[in-house]
Design a protein around this ligand. Structure first.
Ligand code: 5AD
Length: 436
C-alpha cells in the first residue's frame, strides 16, 4: 500500500506556496496526499510565528495530528520551527523539526528518520544562508491563479518583527528561473500569476554588480506572451521606485492593485518601529500612484498597540488611514516577539486597549473597503472568471484587477476567461453585475 502524507499550513501566502511544493515532493516520492483530518503515515505542520497566535495555533495543530495517528512521523517546519526548535521538540508527538531553508529536503529527512537514521532537530543557523532554495513550482490543477515565489528572507529588522530571524537574509530567485517558471505556468493554463516572497521589493538586492530590481522583473514578466494577469504581493513603501510604477502602469496585464504596508499612521511610532518613512512620505507616495493610475486599489497592513502607542498616536493612525483611501486593510494587534527590540520596550500597551483600537480600525477599514467597492457601481470592469459561486450555483465568481470579488450570472464554461461585467450593485465589498 502506498504511504500517505498530510500537510497543514498556517500563516502567509509563502507558507501556502511552500506547502504545495512539499506536497508535490511527497507525491514524487510515491506518497498519497490525504486530508489532514485523515489517518496518515506522515504529518507535516508548516508553522507561523509572526504573532503569538501563530505559535499557539501551530501547537494546537501538532497535538491534533499526534492524536490522529500516534504512530505517524510528525514533522514540524516553518517559521515557528525555525525560531523555537527546542520548544517545538518538547511538544508530545513531535518527531522531527525542519527549518525554513530545508523544505526541499523534507521527504528525505522524514524517510531517514523513519529508518532511525536521521536527525530529530534538523534546524540550523538561517542567518548564514546566502542562496535561494529551489522548490518545485506547485501547480494546483483547475485553478486560474498561481503563486510564484521570487524571493526569500528580509534584511529590514523592523523593531516588532521576528520574520528576519525565521527566514534569514534576502535571497532572490535567479531571473531566468522566475521567467521560465512563469512560462511553464502560462503553458499549464494559468491566467493569473501572483508574485510572492518575504520582502519582494528587495528583489535583486543580493545580485552584486547587476542592475536588477522588482520593477525590472515585472517589466519582463508582463511581456511574456499569454500572461493575462500579473499581480504583486506586498511591497514596502520605500521599495516603490519609478521603475516599478512604470512597469505597473504601462502594462495592462499588471493588476492595478498594490498592497503597501503602512504599519502606523503616526510618525513617532513609525520611527520607534524602525520604518524608513514618515506619514507625509507615505501619503505623498499614495498620491503619486493615484495620479498616475487613477482607480488603483491600494491596500495595507497596520499594527495597533505597538509599545508606547498612546490614544493620541492611535488617533493619528485613524486620520492617516482615513485620508489614504485604502481599498482595504489588515489590522494586527501588536504581539511581542522574543528576540526583537520592541519586545524589550517597557511601555507595552494593555490588551484591552489593543482590542478596542483594533475594533475601531477594522470598522474604518470596512467602511473604506465599501467606499472603494461602491465607486465601481455603473462601471464596466474586466473580470477573470474563477469558479461557480459557492452559495448560489447560478452565479459565477471572479475578481477584478483591483481584487474585488464580483458575482454575476453565467455559464461555468466561461471559467478561465476574461469577461466584461457591468457592475450594478455592491454588498459590503463584493460587487454584483451582468456580463456584457
Ligand atoms: N505583531 C503584530 N503584527 C505583526 N506583523 C509583523 N510582526 C508583528 C507583530 N510582532 C504584521 C505586520 C506585517 C504583517 C504580515 O504582520 O503588519 O505587515
Amino acid at each position: 500500500m502506498a504511504k500517505s502524507a498530510a500537510i497543514y499550513t498556517l500563516g502567509c501566502k509563502v507558507n501556502q506556496y511552500e506547502s504545495s511544493a512539499i506536497a508535490d515532493l511527497f507525491r514524487q516520492a510515491g506518497y498519497e496526499i490525504v486530508d489532514f483530518e485523515q489517518h496518515a503515515d506522515a504529518y507535516v505542520i508548516n508553522t507561523c510565528t509572526v504573532t503569538h497566535m501563530g505559535d499557539r495555533k501551530s501547537r494546537q495543530i501538532i497535538r491534533r495530528a499526534s492524536k490522529q495517528n500516534p504512530a505517524a512521523v510528525i514533522t514540524v517546519t516553518g517559521c515557528y520551527a525555525q525560531t523555537s526548535p527546542g520548544e517545538v521538540l518538547e511538544i508530545p508527538g513531535v518527531d522531527l523539526v525542519v527549518g525554513t531553508k530545508d523544505k526541499s529536503r523534507i521527504v528525505q529527512l522524514v524517510e531517514a528518520y523513519s529508518r532511525g537514521k536521521g536527525p530529530v532537530n534538523a534546524v540550523d543557523d538561517i542567518m548564514q544562508t546566502d542562496c535561494f532554495e529551489e522548490l518545485p513550482v506547485p501547480t494546483e490543477q483547475g485553478k486560474t491563479r498561481a503563486f510564484l515565489k521570487i524571493q526569500e528572507g528580509c534584511n529590514s529588522f523592523c523593531a516588532y518583527c521576528i520574520i528576519p530571524y525565521a527566514r534569514g537574509p534576502v535571497r532572490s530567485r535567479l531571473p531566468e528561473n522566475v521567467l521560465s517558471s512563469a512560462e511553464e505556468l502560462i503553458q499549464q493554463g494559468f491566467q493569473e500569476i501572483v508574485l510572492t516572497g518575504i520582502h519582494i521589493g528587495a528583489y535583486g538586492q543580493d545580485f552584486t554588480g547587476k542592475d536588477i530590481d522588482l520593477g525590472w522583473l515585472v517589466e519582463r514578466l508582463a511581456k511574456l506572451p499569454g500572461l493575462t494577469r500579473l499581480r504583486l504581493g506586498s511591497v514596502e513603501p520605500h521599495d516603490i521606485n519609478n521603475a516599478l510604477i512604470k512597469a505597473v502602469s504601462e502594462h495592462p496585464n499588471v493588476c492595478r492593485h498594490l498592497h503597501i504596508p503602512l504599519q502606523s499612521g503616526d510618525d513617532e511610532i513609525l520611527a520607534l518601529m524602525g520604518r524608513r518613512y514618515n506619514t507625509q512620505q507615505f501619503t505623498d507616495l499614495i498620491h503619486k500612484i493615484n495620479q498616475i493610475m487613477p482607480g488603483i486599489a491600494i491596500t495595507s497592513d497596520i499594527i495597533v498597540g505597538f509599545p508606547g502607542e498612546t490614544q493620541e498616536h492611535f488617533q493619528n493612525t485613524l486620520k492617516t488611514v482615513e485620508r489614504s483611501g485604502f481599498a482595504g486593510i489588515h489590522v494586527f494587534k501588536y504581539s511581542p516577539r522574543k528576540g526583537t527590540p520592541a519586545a524589550e520596550m517597557t511601555d507595552q500597551v494593555a490588551p484591552q486597549d489593543k482590542e478596542e483600537r483594533s475594533k475601531s480600525l477594522i470598522e474604518l477599514g470596512n467602511r473604506l473597503a465599501h467606499q472603494f467597492a461602491q465607486q465601481q457601481v455603473g462601471k464596466e470592469l474586466k473580470v477573470l472568471v474563477e469558479q461557480p459561486y459557492e452559495k448560489d450555483p447560478n452565479l459565477l465568481e471572479g475578481h477584478t484587477d483591483t481584487y474585488l470579488k464580483v458575482l454575476f450570472p453565467g455559464d461555468t464554461g466561461l471559467k478561465g476567461q476574461m469577461v466584461r461585467v457591468h457592475i450594478q450593485g455592491v454588498k459590503e465589498s463584493t460587487l454584483k453585475g451582468r456580463i456584457i
